[in-house]
Design a protein around this ligand. Structure first.
Ligand SMILES: NC(=O)c1ccc[n+]([C@@H]2O[C@H](COP(=O)([O-])OP(=O)(O)OC[C@H]3O[C@@H](n4cnc5c(N)ncnc54)[C@H](OP(=O)(O)O)[C@@H]3O)[C@@H](O)[C@H]2O)c1
Length: 262
């Protein structure tokens, strides 16, 4: 183990929702490396158990693996309430992105996006923050995206759910900081994860970062402000899109970037 500050601040357990591969697994590894025990959630049991075993063996921490669909919050709540451990850090990583024209997106896809990207982070934050507030310490990280900074054609629903996470985290940052909680939203640009590689057929966008770079910059920013934008290219991009350009121009630029998506 390299450092201890995360464990001291947020221990003894962190929960990573979507922690079996990609960015979620990078978060889980770095959190374990700092000495915190883990609860990791994902749907695919085999991938989840393999990640849990690898982290246990590498970092010597306890890892509880819960195979559950975050779209089914009642099942998530039941499993989390059954745990006999104190969770002091929540990382909500998982997301569902219906990609392509809204006209061709099904009602079921829209409902899944709302359940995984909005309902679950909101209600998990409520569930876990209650005991964090009682203890007077804790950390909450919600994942957002540069796509959520403005309307994003062909990704409209996903982008809107990411905007929800940004605004929720900003409000909770101000509200919960005086109660001892650190709240942060990570507004990420492209990240080299299996999810991104599946959606993106061409070469990676400028400023694309590794999952481990995004996880480390995010964890380092926790407790230092409401928003982190990993990577200088993404910081510049966000500044341009949200502060310099008109909404109409920013939406137009997004439309050019997303027009090939289907
Ligand atoms: N990748 C990018 O370029 C990018 C850019 C900006 C922002 N982001 C944000 O960063 C986060 C990670 O993005 P990512 O898509 O690349 O994913 P990822 O980190 O590769 O994570 C996917 C993880 O979430 C789990 N998961 C997905 N849907 C789930 C569900 N319904 N229930 C339970 N677990 C679920 C997956 O396991 P199972 O599949 O086994 O369930 C896996 O463990 C997302 O919030 C995304 O919006 C990503």
């Amino acid at each position: 183990m390299k450092t201890q500050p995360l464990a001291q601040k947020y221990g003894p357990y962190a929960l990573v929702a979507g922690g079996s591969y990609g960015l979620g697994a990078a978060f889980a590894e770095q959190i374990a490396d700092s000495g915190l025990n883990l609860v990791i959630l994902a749907r695919n049991k085999d991938a989840l158990n393999a990640t849990a075993a690898r982290i246990r063996e590498t970092y010597g921490v306890d890892v509880i693996a819960i195979a559950v669909d975050l779209a089914n919050f009642d099942a998530v709540k039941k499993q989390v309430l059954a745990l006999k451990v104190d969770i002091g850090l929540l990382i909500y990583d998982a997301a569902y992105a219906p990609i392509g024209p809204f006209a061709e997106t099904t009602e079921e896809q829209l409902a899944t996006a709302a359940a995984v990207n909005v309902k679950a982070p909101l209600l998990l934050t409520k569930l876990l923050s209650t005991s964090m507030i009682e203890r007077g310490r804790g950390g909450i990280v919600l994942m957002s995206s540069l796509a959520g900074g403005q309307g994003s054609p062909n990704l409209a629903t996903y982008a809107a759910t990411k905007a929800f996470n940004t605004i929720l985290a900003e409000g909770l940052w101000k509200e919960l900081t005086p109660l001892g909680l650190d709240v942060l939203v990570c507004t990420a640009g492209a990240i080299l994860t299996p999810g991104y590689e599946q959606a993106e057929s061409s070469k990676p966008a400028p400023g694309t970062l590794s999952a481990s770079a995004v996880a480390s910059q995010t964890l380092a920013a926790l407790g230092k402000g409401p928003v982190v934008v990993p990577g200088p290219v993404n910081k510049l991009g966000r500044f341009m899109m949200t502060r310099l350009l008109s909404r109409r121009a920013a939406i137009g630029i997004m439309a050019k970037n997303t027009e090939g998506l289907s």
